[in-house]
Design a protein around this ligand. Structure first.
Ligand code: ATP
Length: 277
């Protein structure tokens, strides 16, 4: 549903241009869960902003659901189809109550009053804010505000939701809640692009992109990334504990395709290994 071809982008810094995206080719299919990671400044936010027309790249083409973003007439439609949940929940709320906040985007798109009411009820229930419908937004926790930001995006019924380090300002509980909501939206059919610097959040992604200095240097699954590529060492990653256990198991001869990615896989594997030793 999203196609980038030979995308370059540079920002002006005083008198010089700084090259941030350098020849990105990328296709994201409808229904995929794609995780994007990379160091600070590697170009993650710039890349995802090109995916919904918030930013038009200096060079190359971006096409979303058949709509070419170089045509200004397509941009509004694409912004509805591809919604972004940003890092800072405070910067995304516009209403004084959750109901008002969700209604804002719907009103802007001319949704009828009855339909609006149905969508508001549905999305606020989905993110478990049904008991905060008319609460003052300023009194919501960071996690609740981020869930509200998701609700406001989801109400617009996008085909694709992009989470741009959307859990980075939340505590562990808030992170888990937002992640769980994103997973359930994905399971219900929404394409999800999950941008993160938390390696733990890459482990159950079928597809991971690694961005280094504006180029995609890895596009594949978690097992190959962590166990069979030079990226973790080259990028100086502190890999999650489950990967450290897996790396130890591999040194003991356990084959690649059985190495663990999720913590719940570890006990069985270790038992099997110990019984064979
Ligand atoms: N509007 C802008 N004007 C000038 N330079 C910018 C602008 N936005 C981003 N940059 C620069 O572009 C580079 C890439 O920024 P970007 O935010 O895309 O990276 P990122 O990987 O998302 O970083 P982070 O993980 O820190 O959010 C950085 O060096 C940044 O300073």
């Amino acid at each position: 549903m999203i196609k980038l071809r030979n995308v370059f982008h540079s920002y002006r810094d005083g008198t010089r241009m700084v090259s941030v995206l350098r020849g990105v080719d990328l296709t994201i299919r409808q229904g995929e869960w794609v995780a994007i990671t990379g160091a600070n400044g590697s170009g993650k936010s710039t890349l995802i902003r090109t995916c919904n027309g918030l930013l038009i790249p200096s060079e190359g083409t971006v096409n979303v659901a058949g709509l070419d973003l170089s045509d200004p007439q397509n941009r509004e439609q694409v912004k509805q189809k591809v919604q972004i949940v940003f890092q800072n929940p405070d910067a995304q709320t516009v209403g004084t109550t959750p109901v008002e906040d969700v209604a804002f985007g719907l009103e802007n798109r001319g949704i009828h009053r009855e339909e609006m009411q149905v969508r508001i009820d549905n999305v606020l229930r989905k993110v478990r804010l049904e008991d905060k419908l008319f609460a003052d937004v300023a009194t919501l926790s960071g996690g609740q505000k981020q869930r509200l930001a998701i609700a406001s995006c989801v109400a617009l019924e996008p085909d694709c939701l992009i989470f741009d380090e959307a859990t980075s300002m939340l505590d562990l509980v808030g992170r888990k809640e937002v992640y769980a909501i994103a997973r359930s939206l994905w399971k219900a059919g929404t394409t999800v692009i999950w941008v993160t610097q938390r390696l733990q959040e890459l482990l159950d992604a079928d597809r991971i992109l690694v961005l280094e200095s504006g180029q995609i240097t890895y596009d594949g699954n978690a097992r190959t990334l962590f166990y069979d590529s030079d990226i973790p060492v080259r990028c100086n990653w502190e890999v999650p504990p489950v990967i450290k256990i897996g790396l130890w198991l591999r040194r003991q001869g356990v084959p690649l395709h059985t190495l663990p990615l999720l913590e719940e896989e570890v006990p069985d594997l270790v038992c099997k290994f110990v019984s064979q030793a």
